[in-house]
Ligand binder design. Sequence first.
Ligand code: CAA
Ligand code: NAI
Length: 310
Amino acid sequence: MAQFLQVFSRSISASSSAMAQIKHVTVIGSGLMGSGIAQVAAATGHNVALVDQTDDILGKSMANMNKSLQRVAKKKFADDPKGGETFISEIISRIKTETDPTVPAANTDLVIEAIVENLDVKQKLFKSLDEAAPQHTIFASNTSSLPIGDIAASTKRLDRFGGLHYFNPVPMMKLVEVIRTPDTNDETFKSLVDFGKAMGKVTVECKDTPGFIVNRLLVPYMLEAVRLVERGDASPRDIDTAMKLGAGYPMGPFELADYVGLDTTKFIIDGWYEKFPENPLFQPSPLLNKLVSEGNLGMKTGKGFYSHKK
Ligand SMILES: CC(=O)CC(=O)SCCNC(=O)CCNC(=O)[C@H](O)C(C)(C)COP(=O)(O)OP(=O)(O)OC[C@H]1O[C@@H](n2cnc3c(N)ncnc32)[C@H](O)[C@@H]1OP(=O)(O)O
Ligand SMILES: NC(=O)C1=CN([C@@H]2O[C@H](COP(=O)(O)OP(=O)(O)OC[C@H]3O[C@@H](n4cnc5c(N)ncnc54)[C@H](O)[C@@H]3O)[C@@H](O)[C@H]2O)C=CC1
């Protein structure tokens, strides 16, 4: 009986605290996306632990956040530079860095994972976090293309696992896709939606399908642009100009691919091709593969389809 009561009270406290407001957030991976997510979470009043593999990477990430915040402050505090400095330092002071993800996970309401787009690596990470995090902690992945259900399968908290898919650059892009698997419970889903809104984003809901909404449309579009070039039909520059001036896109597909990262774009398409080899939209691209094999990953390395000043 005592054991039953213990389990019963644990399950009540798990579900009621899952509904509690999310205050402490652990963001794992401090690259392009993780740094943006951490920055906006801190800017909206959350306490953030930011995790990456080394202090050196974390130092660069903090410097990038600082640069991004300078851009925000320059507008928000145009006539009050001192106010702008305080604004930045208050946000930065809410972010703590860490190289061992299990340390902050032991005391956090939400984990958002934004590490490399690789299922095995993500599963390994979540398996260790599942042992370290309290019952009430919700897990979310920012994966671009992997099934949330496959990542969640490495844990015993399938009901408290969902997707929070942000867009690059996170401080500017207003959307977050909230993904529920068949196992995600209603409380978790609501907490994730509420958290997205608390970060100032507009949320949309999507089932756990390849690419969710945006990437299912955007990634095949980018790959079709690369195939136009591979066939010799048009140049990257002309395709970008055409899509910006003819379709009103803020960036053309090659500018966007360089911005997203050619490695990430390749991880996405390779994963889909492996699962759905018959889909013509998911075929690999020799040109994309060549650039990635040469280490030309876009803006992050200074060269992709275009050369970029670093
Ligand atoms: C792969 C996935 O899983 C999902 C994805 O993310 S797919 C990619 C989704 N993202 C996109 O499609 C991005 C498309 N591009 C854009 O929307 C715009 O080009 C952009 C917002 C990135 C930049 O805008 P731009 O007009 O081309 O350039 P720029 O003038 O430098 O910036 C515009 C404003 O944004 C601000 N800004 C841009 N990046 C910023 C950042 N990282 N932090 C803070 N502010 C930023 C600038 O300060 C500038 O502000 P003001 O106009 O108020 O002065
Ligand atoms: N680049 C983009 O536009 C978008 C990417 N995503 C997704 O977000 C995730 C991250 O992408 P990016 O930020 O672009 O990648 P990135 O390459 O810029 O950053 C990934 C970071 O994760 C760190 N990392 C790798 N393994 C780790 C581990 N085991 N523990 C801790 N840190 C680890 C790396 O050191 C690196 O700093 C991927 O799943 C990607 O598909 C989602 C939306 C947009």
